[in-house]
Design a protein around this ligand. Structure first.
Ligand SMILES: *Cc1c(COP(=O)(O)O)cnc(C)c1O
Length: 371
């Protein structure tokens, strides 16, 4: 029987039509019209004034951190349970990530740990909406205001998600999205940084395009990168965005269905259906092995793979990354929730193209491993 992949995107809207338009008009570079159309439509969806499309979400994080003026001597608070891109954006800017642990139930950063880690060197708070649930943005924005800190909101996993009715990605001084194929809206590869501040938007545009001097091309007062998105990627992104509401409905239905099928298994901690301010939209359907299970996530994933089911492990915490430990960073630090999630958590196939038949096979396999 065919392997059930952990993710497969749904590309049956206007993707083909828009791509053909790119080919027929000859517009394939970042100068093509789909880039601005995608930026405007996505910014409107996120209730922001400006969207700056980039080649991927990690690049958008690099640009966002740089646009906040973060550099050597600065500290940036960020959850240890996240993708490396959050930390690498900070360390490559020469600044220091100061980590906080996650909440054991929502798996999102535990905002109550942030305040006591703020120092005179703290420049920004980075938050990450994890796996379809949402960080308490009221609490984060209040801290940012009280201590005069920038807020960087990584909403890569939260397209179309809301907190108290306001779009995720509309809160931070700058917010970042990814359009990797497992995200609700994909471009193949792509990302975007958004803001409502015209000066930050200008910075982001400049950083994306090598910081060309406005008066004399090929003259540079600052160093940027080439992070531009092509018209081809934007064409796919725009077609995907048109269907975002449908995609979220599919994910919510899938998540609720998995929970109904698996909730009697007392080996597994399942995702919360809601947190204050938001209903889960199950960007991915994660599970965590309870303590009574004698093996770890790696073994569970091996057993499921043997039954033809693809899975992915949860994040590996920033404070346990070999690259940082080797540099002497985070030594002696411990974040027990994140450490446990990294070893006991993984996610099931939850892509938008997952068929009914594939879902049933996933549930049968999970039940047979954990009964
Ligand atoms: C996917 C993701 C990114 C990185 O995006 P890429 O486009 O893969 O570089 C950043 N942050 C989070 C939370 C993500 O899930």
């Amino acid at each position: 029987m065919d392997f059930v992949p952990v993710n497969e995107p749904l590309l049956n809207g206007n993707e083909e039509k828009y791509l053909i338009e790119c080919i027929r008009t000859g517009w394939i570079s970042s100068e093509g019209p789909f880039v601005a159309r995608f930026e405007e439509a996505f910014a409107q969806r996120v209730a922001r004034s400006f969207g700056v499309a980039m080649c991927n979400g990690s690049a958008a994080l690099d640009a966002a951190v740089a646009a906040m003026g973060i550099g050597p001597g600065d500290e940036v608070l960020l959850p240890t349970f996240t993708i490396i891109s959050c930390a690498s954006a900070v360390t490559r800017a020469g600044a220091l990530p100061v980590l906080y642990d996650s909440d054991a139930d929502s798996w999102n950063g535990d905002v109550s740990q942030i305040e006591r880690k703020i120092t005179a060197r703290t420049k920004a708070i980075m938050v990450v909406h994890i796996y379809g649930l949402v960080v308490d943005m009221d609490a984060v924005m209040a801290l940012g205001k009280r201590y005069n800190l920038r807020v960087i909101e990584d909403a890569a996993e939260a397209h179309g998600q809301t907190f108290n009715g306001r779009p995720c990605g509309s809160f931070g001084d700058v917010s970042v999205f990814s359009f990797y194929p497992n995200k609700h809206v994909t471009c193949g590869e792509g990302g975007m940084a958004l803001t409502s501040d015209p000066a930050i938007a200008e910075q982001l545009r400049s950083l994306r395009n090598l910081c060309f001097n406005a008066n004399r091309r090929f003259v540079h007062d600052e160093l940027g990168w080439n992070l531009r998105m092509s018209n081809l990627n934007a064409a796919v992104g725009l077609a995907q965005l048109e269907r975002l509401d449908t995609f979220i409905e599919i994910k919510r239905e899938m998540g609720a269905w998995y929970t109904a099928q698996l909730s009697d298994l007392d080996a597994l901690q399942l995702p919360l259906a809601r947190v204050p301010g938001a209903m889960n939209d199950y960007w991915v359907y994660g599970v965590v092995l309870k303590d009574k299970v004698e093996f770890d996530a790696a073994e569970a994933m091996r057993r499921l793979a043997a039954l033809g089911i693809g899975t992915r492990p949860f994040f590996w915490s920033i404070h346990e990354q070999p690259v940082y430990l080797r540099a002497g960073m985070f030594s002696g630090q411990s974040y027990p929730v994140a450490e446990r999630l990294a070893r006991r958590g993984f996610y099931l196939p939850s892509g938008l193209a997952l068929s009914r038949e594939q879902r049933l096979r996933v549930v049968d396999a999970v039940r047979s491993v954990f009964m």
